[in-house]
Design a protein. Sequence first.
Length: 95
Amino acid sequence: MLYTFAEASYPEGVLLTYLQQTTSQDAIVLWQDGVYLCVKYPEVFSSLNTSCYALDIDVGARNLYQFVSSIENVKTISLTELVELTEQYFPQLAL
């Protein structure tokens, strides 16, 4: 399953509830304001066993490259790579 997060307003407990449902067979994409989540909760994203990606255009628009690149387990991806992920993972859960 592909989990996409477009907002950064999730309290840590709510975010953990969503992330605990993921497996190593899933992927997480942070886009729009969702890219703030890995900066807000770096310890949570560093400990994930699920592939996690942040859309590079959104990371750049918010000037977060320095922060996101320092978080283990979070990789920045292009729009083309995002399309490839949507082809690979189904269904998608937009949060």
